[in-house]
Design a protein around this ligand. Structure first.
Ligand code: SAM
Length: 287
């Protein structure tokens, strides 16, 4: 009789298979997909290594592994992700929130207080706005996105994280920001240069929304538009904080400086990549 497909055997086979398909982190992905089928957490898998899978479980798992082998991101397969240790629903209409973006939240928290009025531009899943609302219990936020479908996901996430009553989600184009004024404007705008889109990892290129990625010919279109509006939308002393792509920090610092912001700075992420650029509306600018 053939040996049964136990949890351990299935994981080992799947990790090897996904790795052959060029997937980084194949073992973790194999585990996450199996937690979904068996309705266990990862520790639950480890203490059940010898448990044989039933035929229906194997069939369900095979389907999910097939999707991952076609490079569909695990977060879309599971329909969920995590940001700032908060659970978020994700669907293909929204970018999967990245851990790098948590550095933007850290910088924002250093400059906001619990009463701040905050604008999140291109909110997507709502990740940044929801993290800030969670940490700043008195803050009022406006979160805009061009995509109605993304806003529907963001609203769902705000409700499930109990911050919906303090975030006003609005459909809008970053070409014309709400005037506020805001103490803080944060954005993780689309910043991939047109010429780089085709060579992105298939997981990103073929599954994540083009609207969330494409930043124009040099990737800087949104930064030009946002920096130009910064002073009219910020309070005196207010900050604009922007996530930037690899190699874009210097150009974005220059844009903020040209727009008349002061104390312009750049912050690295935990991989050492310049990731957040910020600047401040001078305290005297609006006197
Ligand atoms: C890189 S994603 C960031 C999503 C989310 N803030 C995060 O950090 O995970 C950029 C977002 O900007 C939105 N977007 C793109 N162009 C826009 C525009 N012209 N006006 C407003 N939002 C836009 C996209 O729909 C997308 O949700």
């Amino acid at each position: 009789m053939a040996e049964p497909w136990t949890v351990l055997k299935v994981l080992q086979w799947t990790a090897g298979y996904l790795q052959e398909q060029g997937i980084e982190g194949a073992r973790l992905d194999a585990e996450l997909l199996l937690t979904e089928v068996l309705q266990l957490d990862r520790v639950g898998l480890y203490v059940n290594y010898d448990r044989p899978l039933e035929a229906t479980e194997l069939a369900a798992y095979r389907q999910l592994v097939g999707r991952r082998a076609r490079r569909e991101p695990v977060a879309y397969i599971l329909g969920r992700s995590e940001f700032w240790s908060l659970p978020l629903v994700v669907r293909p209409e929204v970018l999967i929130p990245r851990p790098d973006t948590e550095v933007l939240v850290e910088e924002a928290l250093q400059r906001a207080d619990s009463e701040s009025r905050i604008l999140d531009v291109g909110t997507g899943s709502g990740a940044i706005a929801i993290a800030l609302a969670h940490e700043l219990p008195g803050a009022q936020l406006v979160a805009i996105d061009l995509s109605d479908a993304a806003l529907a996901v963001a609203k769902e996430n705000a409700r499930s994280n109990n911050v919906a009553e303090r975030i006003s989600f609005q459909q809008g184009d970053l070409q014309s920001l709400p005037t506020g004024p805001f103490e803080l404007i944060v954005a993780n705008p689309p910043y991939i240069p047109q010429g780089d889109l085709a060579s992105l990892q298939p997981d990103v290129r073929d599954y994540e929304p083009h609207l969330a990625l494409a930043g124009g010919s040099d990737g800087l279109d949104c930064y030009r538009i946002l920096s130009a509006q910064s002073r009219q939308c910020l309070t005196a002393g207010g900050w604009m904080l922007l996530e930037v792509g690899v190699g874009q920090a210097q150009a974005v610092q220059q844009l903020l400086t040209q727009a008349g912001l002061v104390e312009v700075f750049c912050r690295n992420d935990y991989a050492g990549v310049a990731r957040v650029v910020g600047g401040r509306c001078a305290v005297t600018a609006k006197a």
